[in-house]
Ligand binder design. Structure first.
Ligand code: UCC
Length: 540
């Protein structure tokens, strides 16, 4: 009997120091000279995850943003008051160059791998500041690809700044009351003001990071009372979000903040545009195709957010297991519990491996060195990765809570927030089914899925026989079954109804194959991790 027993809570782990899977990825993907240059940046963010960020994330979650619609004498002010901690996350992101890394030409084709590692270490400790960063990065990409030089040169240096005083963020105003998946009924109207300037009016239903200084918005041009309906009538605009001296936003009313399941620190609002000025970018009527470039970046961020939350959850679960004694022994010493922790770690490593494959392809594409086959694979892998990893993040976060038992179910351990925040990942920027259909769209347009399947098959065949035999057989069997499913679905006309199964299975097979490659590359525990992953997913 120990009536005064109090369980010791593990200190937050340094998420870089404990991340064996990330170390293996970096050893494989970054040349030594690049690693020597960026390694200290990873160490700094890892150290902060056990210190400064661990404090800030609790503070930001405890002090969610508040919408103040009116001033003391009734003037409409629409202020969004965010916490000191949320502001500190903004400064941290800028100083550590999280968006900037993706555009750092000195990193060559490795820019997105470096960025993915930074984001992986930061995202789950950022109170979802990674969401505004996702949109900021995506806006940068779109501006670089489409904006006229003057607009691009005014905004891009600030979106990619490493100086908190000049760093700005961007929103993405796409979703309306008719929905986020189908934007064809967008009712926001853009009326010409002359040149590329338009006045935008309409309601945007989910605008995350409403405190951003600019946004990309979809709207339908109305000229002389005429409009083109459907997706083909949509055009993309850049909006400067200006603040009025007396408070509030110029020509934008904030209707309310969303009361969400999680991501509580992130101000997500319903807003009404009342003639706000937007600058057209890209061709008239190509808004959906143009904003798709933005979606590909935000989906990449979403995938890394999944890796990040899974890693943090399993790292905490392991740290706790080393402190927790039950039935007379440390629970970490129990073979059953150790197996559970290893499975969680293998799952997380799979998520990270797929994200790093995407990061590597994206970096190569942006540095102009990707082959046509790599570009095709990237197009299909982005939605496929986002869909697969979002599901896995929820599973690992849930499992971590279970490891903590009843304490994990209580708010003051900081565990429930991981699960709540993870649950947005399969939703934001495309649900699993919408993304599965996007893989089909990419296949129809560019045979992008066929390129992924061919690559997966070839690389699985090439895995060395020295890998754990059961794992290798399980993976090869799963890839053969996947190929049979694809062939059968095409024959029977059931590709669409099977799209989700095909997409997720491809994601898991890719992850296992990549873990096999990592194990072959080196790293003491890579073979075991590969086998755990393959057996959990593929062995019946
Ligand atoms: O609503 C949301 C809020 C969620 C809750 C938020 C909580 C707090 C946030 C927390 C943060 C962590 S999020 C938004 C969710 N919505 C989406 O992600 C959009 C999902 N829908 C799609 O992805 C659709 O596929 C659309 C809208 C992009 C396109 O649908 P359409 O209208 O049917 O368009 P089309 O005709 O299929 O495609 C138009 C063009 C085509 O090019 P062209 O005309 O040259 O043939 C497509 O190939 O766009 C091209 N395209 C793409 N290109 C479409 N998608 C892509 C792509 N991904 N990459 C390249």
């Amino acid at each position: 009997m120990k009536p005064d027993f109090v369980q010791e809570f593990p200190p937050p782990p340094d998420l870089y120091a404990v991340d064996r899977a990330l170390h293996a990825e970096l050893a494989r993907r970054l040349p030594k000279e690049v690693m020597a240059k960026v390694g200290p940046r990873f160490e700094a963010v890892g150290k902060a995850s056990a210190g400064e960020l661990a404090q800030l994330v609790n503070e930001a979650d405890a002090q969610p943003p508040v919408h103040v619609p009116f001033g003391p004498f009734g003037r409409r002010i629409d202020e969004i008051r965010t916490s000191r901690a949320w502001e500190a996350m903004r400064a941290f992101s800028a100083t550590h160059g999280i968006v900037a890394a993706g555009y750092d030409q000195s990193l060559g084709e490795h820019r997105r791998v470096v960025q993915a590692a930074l984001l992986h270490l930061f995202s789950a400790s950022s109170a979802i500041y990674s969401c505004p960063l996702a949109m900021t990065d995506a806006a940068t990409r779109v501006l670089l690809d489409l904006a006229p030089p003057a607009l691009r040169d005014r905004l891009v240096p600030r979106l990619t700044s490493t100086n908190p005083a000049s760093f700005i963020t961007s929103g993405q105003w796409m979703t309306e009351r008719t929905g986020g998946s189908d934007v064809s009924d967008t009712s926001t109207v853009a009326r010409p003001l002359g040149g590329d300037r338009y006045a935008l009016s309409g309601v945007k239903w989910f605008t995350s990071a409403v405190t951003a200084e600019m946004a990309l918005a979809l709207a339908r041009i109305e000229d002389d009372g005429k409009m083109v309906m459907g997706s083909k009538g949509l055009t993309l605009f850049v909006v400067d979000v200006e603040r009025k001296p007396e408070g509030g936003l110029k020509n934008i009313v904030i209707n309310r903040l969303k009361d969400k399941l999680g991501t509580k620190a992130l101000p997500t609002a319903e807003i009404e545009l009342q003639g706000v000025v937007g600058y057209r970018i890209g061709e008239v009527g190509r808004g959906v195709a143009n904003i798709a470039g933005m979606l590909n970046i935000t989906r990449f961020y979403n995938s890394i957010a999944s890796a990040s939350v899974a890693h943090k959850a399993q790292a905490w679960a392991r740290a706790y297991s080393q402190k927790r004694v039950a039935l007379g022994a440390s629970i970490a010493a129990s073979a059953l519990h150790a197996r559970t922790l290893d499975d969680m770690e293998a799952e997380t490593a799979g998520v990270l491996a797929l994200c790093m494959e995407v990061a590597s392809l994206m970096g190569r594409a942006e540095a102009g060195v990707a082959t046509d086959d790599e570009k095709r694979r990237l197009r299909a892998l982005i939605p496929l990765t986002k869909a697969t990893t979002g599901k896995q993040a929820v599973v690992v976060a849930s499992e971590a809570i279970e490891v903590f038992g009843g304490a994990g179910y209580c708010e003051d351990t900081g565990l429930p927030v991981l699960l709540r925040d993870a649950q947005v990942l399969p939703i934001w920027e495309g649900t699993t089914n919408v993304l599965s259909l996007d893989v089909l769209r990419a296949e129809k347009k560019a045979q992008a899925y066929s390129a992924v399947l061919a690559d997966l098959t070839a690389r699985t065949e090439k895995l060395p026989a020295a890998l754990p035999k059961r794992g290798l057989e399980a993976l090869r069997g799963a890839v053969a079954a996947l190929r049979a499913l694809v062939t059968e679905s095409m024959k029977s006309g059931s590709v669409e109804v099977n799209a989700r199964k095909i997409g997720l299975t491809t994601g898991y097979c890719m992850e296992a194959m990549l873990l096999g490659e990592n194990a072959a590359f080196g790293g003491a525990d890579g073979g075991a991790r590969f086998e755990r992953f393959a057996l959990v997913h593929f062995e019946r």
